[in-house]
Design a protein around this ligand. Structure first.
Ligand code: GLU
Length: 445
């Protein structure tokens, strides 16, 4: 980190004690910004860095609900409205027991730069709850979502803040959240949430977008060296929405996907993962990934194992933060790794990123590689604003173009700042400068 940035980072540590994931996300961006500040002293003069690290607004609220046995449960809800220089706050909601303010801040901070990179008019925000959806009945999910929205509705709006899904929040939850928003406000305000169902204002391709986009990004990286997915061995972590559609698109492009995982372990299937079966087990039945191996003779379930030990030429971490560490990076490199593209947010630890880059592995950071999800949310907002609905082909074509533009923006920026091939630097610098310039233009606010 450039020495002029150190006091700013120290202040972030002091102001946000114990929020280690947020510190990690800030450090990663700061590590890239030295050359930008040297070239553009106006950013330091206007304290842009100090301002960008302090959310515009942070909301923490009580979420009371009654479980199926009649007991009152209390969870904590969050919405961090981080930066609105480029547009309304935009970012998902995560329901997971690990959620606390530091997780939401790291995600919201990353979202600012990711959303900027998409080229769409969206600011950055994130929210969620420490609610654990696992094992909850459909009724419990519904009443939780209704209680959550009963507080959240007053803070959001199509011109203000537009939440969507993330871990633990998919189409079902967005439905319950939208229903409650509509009931409280008496407005059919489609643009207030994205990831909606197709018959009530959703966009085709939004479900597939994060996974598809990650693979499009990886394909562009691979094309800069040797070809593409065709014939490559691919390992994916996770088995949720991002992982499923990353696997599907990797297979469509000729990749040989041999493994995926969940928090209980991984499945390896040398015959090639049957993506439809993963979807059935995980999304429809909401069961564990071991169930896949039960039904598929060519597959083995490895309980508690780390999916990266399977070995791959292309690794797509699509599960959660800090799931690919130094040891994983070493074993992947030894197995002939060519590229990593992050479908999840911050899945690779800083030491692992360093190792991968030193070994000359193509590395696409989440801010760039998984931006297809939120970019397609912005396309959903466009369709809502114009009361229109686009075809699958047209929307996928838009997504493909956006991912190609993001790739080129990162590559060109990295080159301009003397670090060719460094997509981390390219994404951080390109994402930052657009927001910083807008903040300068808008005055000290
Ligand atoms: N949660 C997703 C992300 O990390 C999508 C957010 C959105 O669509 O607003 O980018």
């Amino acid at each position: 980190m450039q020495s002029s940035l150190e006091p700013v980072f120290e202040q972030v540590l002091r102001r946000n004690p114990g929020e280690t994931e947020f510190h990690q996300a800030v450090r990663e961006v700061f590590d890239s910004l030295g050359p930008v500040l040297t070239k553009n002293p106006q950013y330091a003069d206007a304290a842009v860095l100090q301002r960008i690290c302090e959310p515009e607004r942070q909301i923490i609220f009580r979420v009371p609900w009654v479980d199926d046995s009649g007991h009152v449960q209390i969870n904590r809800g969050f919405r961090v409205e981080f930066n609105s220089a480029l547009g309304p706050y935009k970012g998902g909601l995560r329901f997971h027991p690990s959620v606390y303010l530091g997780i939401i801040k790291f995600l919201g901070f990353e979202q600012i730069f990711k959303n900027s990179l998409t080229g769409m008019p969206i600011g950055g925000g994130k929210g969620g709850s420490d609610f654990d959806p696992r094992g909850k009945s459909d009724r419990e999910i519904m009443v939780f979502c209704q209680s959550f929205m009963t507080e959240l509705y007053r803070h959001i709006g199509e011109y203000t803040d537009v939440p969507a899904g993330d871990i633990g929040v998919g189409g079902r939850e967005i439905g319950y959240l939208f229903g409650q928003y509509k009931r409280i406000t008496n407005r059919y305000e489609s643009g207030v949430l994205t990831g909606k169902g197709i018959s009530w204002g959703g966009s085709l391709v939004r479900t597939e977008a994060t996974g598809f986009g990650t693979v499009f990004f990886a394909q562009h990286m691979l094309e800069t060296v040797n070809g593409g997915f065709e014939g490559k061995r691919v390992v994916v972590s996770g088995s949720g929405n991002v992982a499923i559609y990353a696997m599907q698109k990797a297979q469509q492009l000729g990749g040989h996907v041999v493994a995926c995982s969940d928090s209980s372990g991984y499945v390896v299937d040398e015959a090639g993962i049957d993506v439809e079966l993963v979807r059935q087990v995980k999304e429809v039945e909401r069961a564990r990934i071991s169930e896949y191996a039960e039904r598929r003779p060519s597959a083995t379930f490895v309980p508690g194992g780390r999916v990266w030990e399977v070995g791959a030429q292309v690794a797509l971490p699509c599960a959660t933060q800090n799931e690919l560490d130094e040891g994983d990076a070493r074993s992947l490199i030894a197995s002939g790794l060519v590229a990593v593209a992050e479908g999840a947010n911050m899945p690779t630890t800083p030491k692992a990123i360093q190792l991968l880059q030193e070994a000359g592995i193509l590395f696409g950071p989440g801010k760039a590689a998984n931006a297809g999800g939120v970019a397609t949310s912005a396309l959903e907002m466009q369709q809502n604003a114009s009361r229109d609905a686009w075809s699958f082909e047209h929307t996928e074509e838009r997504l493909a173009r956006i991912m190609s533009d993001i790739h080129d923006r990162c590559a060109t920026t990295a080159e301009t700042y003397g670090q060719p091939g460094n997509y981390v630097a390219g994404a951080n610098i390109a994402g930052f400068t657009k927001v910083a310039d807008a903040m300068l233009a808008l005055g000290v606010i």
